[in-house]
Design a protein around this ligand. Structure first.
Ligand code: SAM
Ligand code: SF4
Length: 410
């Protein structure tokens, strides 16, 4: 079992770029299909990056309670070990615009020399020159939204690219010296079948990439596809297809030497997304941009999911370190909420629940409660236990949320 205790003095930065070329029918993420507000947004984003510079260095944020005595007297400034440009479509910004944001982050935050810097990219926005430009900026990880290598799936999902372009841009990314490349695929598509899903996975494995994120198609309440299906205008989605594809996915990933380290994430040894892992390990992070979430170790806060309101809040903020209160909502976690969140996040991962950590950081009442409530689940074969860890087996991972609920503090 890998030791992640060192995560406690790390921190991450997430930057949300809320623009897309068009809105994909299935997507529930916050973005708008127009670049009209880009300049205003970039100004506001820069003001937020500068204005919230204290967020990750305030108080004892970043250190676990057990570490705090050892750090007493030492001003703790967490190193930024990961930066993640997500969206929306960050690859709609020019190399210069991304460079300016990175420069600002580097000026105002202690970014580690070997930081993982990821950019989410849509195939239809990529070209060889653009990818070379990103690499030269120091972006060292790409997450490309391929979704499928088949045109009938891409049409069902209303994607802008076709399968040839999907393959082409992976080749360009390799030529631009990106070695840490991840792609997103979506399974359980009514336009697909077991054979086509296997073929999608064949293509991924043949490309020799180190990371795959594969998601079951989810019908989001605010997505166009959900309405289209309700009105009988698009093929319906069914759970059996998703379960079948998930089973294929787990087996094929294992056969090909991939570690299934989170419900939807698979990697070659050591190539997990360090940024996403920090969400599951309770590492503090600051999120900038509309709809972005932040966590300082004890409380969560999230920015308003509206570009107009976001820009106004930052423009009206007189004192930059105190943005106007229409920007964010905040939730202070009680110990019970913190426990529930820990259980939910960690069960989604192959590292599972660390009972020793629970006892040390949250107290014996939580570790005992967790272990006791786990016993019936172990007897049902839904959960396994080693001396210190409780975890789900591969096939059970899709049901992580249901198992977590059984362990929640009532
Ligand atoms: C933040 S999104 C978008 C990234 C990028 N804009 C793109 O579309 O390629 C990250 C990934 O979430 C997945 N995703 C988004 N909505 C989904 C849904 N309703 N069901 C399953 N996967 C979804 C897609 O695989 C997508 O690439
Ligand atoms: S899936 Fe990606 S490109 Fe499509 S609307 Fe969502 S964020 Fe934009």
């Amino acid at each position: 079992m890998q030791d992640f205790s060192y995560f406690c003095t790390m921190a991450g930065i997430y930057v949300h770029i809320p623009f897309c070329n068009s809105k994909c029918a299935y997507c529930g993420f916050y973005s708008v299909p127009s670049l009209k507000q880009k300049e205003r947004f970039l100004e506001a984003l820069k003001a937020e990056i500068v204005g919230r510079e204290e967020y990750l260095s305030a108080g004892d944020c970043g250190a676990s309670p057990a570490m705090r005595p050892a750090l007493k007297g030492n001003p703790l400034t967490p190193n930024i070990h990961t930066i993640y440009f997500g969206g929306g479509t960050p690859s709609l910004l020019s190399v210069n615009e991304i460079g300016d944001i990175l420069h600002l982050i580097n000026t105002h935050y202690p970014v580690a020399d070997n930081a993982e810097i990821t950019l989410e990219a849509n195939p239809d926005t990529l070209s060889p020159e653009y990818l070379i430009g990103l690499r030269q900026l120091g972006i060292n990880r790409l997450s490309i939204g391929i979704q499928s290598f088949f045109d009938n799936d891409l049409k069902y999902l209303s994607r802008k690219h076709d399968s040839n372009h999907a393959r082409q841009c992976i080749a360009w990314a390799k030529q631009a010296s990106f070695s840490n490349i991840s792609i997103d695929l979506i399974y359980g598509l009514p336009s697909s079948n077991a054979e086509q899903w296997n073929r999608n996975l064949d293509l991924f494995f043949e490309m020799g990439l180190p990371h795959l994120s594969a998601y079951a198609l989810t019908l989001e309440p605010n997505a166009i596809l959900t309405k289209q299906i309700e009105q009988g205008k698009a093929l319906p989605v069914n759970d059996e297809d998703a379960l079948r594809d998930y089973d294929i996915l787990c087996h094929r990933a294992k056969e090909n030497g991939f570690l299934h380290y989170e419900i939807s994430n698979f990697c070659k040894m050591g190539m997990h997304s360090k940024h996403n892992a920090s969400y599951w390990f309770g590492t503090p992070y600051a999120g900038f941009g509309p709809s972005a979430h932040s966590f300082d170790g004890r409380s969560r806060q999230w920015n308003v999911a509206n570009i107009e309101q976001y820009c106004n809040a930052l423009r009206h903020c007189e004192e930059r370190s105190n943005p106007d209160n229409t920007l964010q909502e905040k939730e202070q976690l009680s110990p019970e909420q913190h426990y529930n969140e820990y259980v939910m996040l960690r069960l989604r991962t192959h590292w599972g629940i660390d009972l020793k950590w629970l006892k040390r950081e949250m107290g014996e009442r939580f570790s005992t409660y967790c272990e006791q409530h786990a016993q019936p689940l172990i007897a049902q074969g839904r959960l396994s236990q080693t001396r210190e860890f409780l975890y789900l087996n591969d096939q059970q991972m899709l049901f992580a949320d249901g198992v977590a609920e059984e362990l929640f503090w009532e």
